[in-house]
Design a protein around this ligand. Sequence first.
Ligand code: GLA
Length: 419
Amino acid sequence: MRILASLSLAALAVASLTAGAQTPAAPKPSAAAQTAAKAKPAAPKAALALTPPMGWNSWNFFAERVTDKDIRAAADLLVSTGMKDAGYNYVNIDDTWEAERDSTGLLHTNAKFPDMKALADYVHSKGLKIGIYSGPGTKTCGGFAASLGHEEQDAKMYAAWGIDYLKYDLCSFIPDVMQKQAPNDKAAQMRLMIAAYDKMGKALKSTGRPIVYSLCQYGWDAPWEWAPALGGNLWRTTGDIDPTWDRMYAIVSQQAGLEKYAGPGRWNDPDMLEVGNGKLTLGENRAHFSYWAMLAAPLLAGNDLTAMKPEVKAILTNRDVIAIDQDKLGKQGSRTYVEGEVEVWTRHLSGGALAVAVINVGSDRQATHPFHLNLAKLGLHGAQKGKDLWTGKDIELTENMPIELDSHDVLLVRIGEPK
Ligand code: GLA
């Protein structure tokens, strides 16, 4: 099938996929346009994910229970809660929307998602974008039909529906292909995995529709080294998150050294947010969100928006913290020094600004034995004027200043003009 030139052609293509008809030819460029194209190299296609993607994903709260109704409600709530205005613009359907393929190979949706095109139209009508989920194996992690052998067909279908984002999850490709074709050769297994991600990357590209490509293969074989070359905009760096401090922090501990791989269009993904889920305390939710901001991580909320507490909304919509995450320089922060159970992270921001996060990953540090900040270790000289992003107040950081922190809480400061 031809490369689809526009969404309306893409919509026609869906009909042709089902009816086996030909897609109408795209109009030929005029002679003048052809000459101009020869004279000047074509402008690069609008780059995707120039800042880490923001939005909401169904998995962390709804898991396999998610329905069309939940996705519509999430879209409505992103708008009514102000999350959309704060930057959350992708509504991503995770696993369990899939039914079976018909005799033409076309994958159908299951009863929970009666009409994916109508759902995409609804999400778009709210000024939002929509994401979907599949994988390179025969089955998704939830045991639903995945894309093996149907990569182009599926990519065209996504484009025809108006999908803007694909999360592609390794899962059954491991036993289906990697272990079957290269049972005793791990390196060969990894090459098969990379080829599978490349295949879908090409299939997405050939649709002509800008679709953010999210690799979900748990950080196997250092995706940060190869994913950008095959069109990946983000790649998971670890196994799955869950809504506990220990798991969230274990993931954070595996991000060191990956800073240099992140940048506009290409992001390390420590997994979706658990802010507001499980039994995370408010301090833990703040620390989790601060870490993701310092890591230039995708901010995909994963909580139940229908029952979001005001204090959780306040965390997720803190514009100052979001601005750290979304800083246009796209330079991921790093853990600058550790003293016992207190970590100090810094992130360089556009315009020469600096974000400093002090996180207590252990037990309380109160007035009896507060933590003392060492500015020199951050390359700073003397007192620094900044803003405490969680209180919203001005703050002055001074050499050796005592900082009281509850267990698992954070001080996050933006210094506009570091000295
Ligand atoms: C894997 C992924 C999760 C989620 C589930 C869905 O575990 O890592 O993020 O997509 O599959 O089945």
